[in-house]
Design a protein. Structure first.
Length: 129
């Protein structure tokens, strides 16, 4: 268990550094006007999640620690959108269309609404911003 936690930490550090690199690079290329970095890491992370899950499903000798390093650690720090995408596709492949689309809409809308509510609460309730 400890080795898995360490691998998640290593992967998380690498994913966070990669995310920082994408953030820095997109600002240098495109400026601050549009969230290019977030869009890029969400799409790229989802693509990588698909590639890695498909590859791991054909391999017998991949350790749980390695899976944790790449999937939970690296991709989790690079973008959580990749996990969201995997959850949606897993439900889709099971034929659980109502659950998949409900999950998608609720996750996106509720996440945005939660952020708006938190901003309102913190700004309007007298909390320092």
């Amino acid at each position: 268990m400890i080795s898995t936690i360490v691998m998640v930490g290593i992967g998380g550090a690498l994913g966070a550094m990669a995310r920082f690199g994408v953030n820095h690079g997109t600002v240098q290329l495109f400026g601050h006007g549009f969230p290019w970095a977030t869009m890029i890491v969400n799409i790229l992370g989802s693509f990588l999640m698909g590639v890695i899950i498909a590859k791991f499903s054909t391999m017998d000798n991949v350790s749980n620690e390695m899976k944790s390093l790449i999937i939970t650690g690296f991709l989790g720090a690079f973008t959580t959108f990749s996990t969201f995408s995997l959850d949606f596709v897993t439900m889709w492949e099971r034929g659980e269309m109502i659950q998949a689309f409900s999950y998608m809409f609720i996750s996106v809308i509720a996440s945005i609404m939660a952020l708006i509510f938190a901003l309102w609460l913190m700004r309007g309730a007298g909390f320092p911003s």
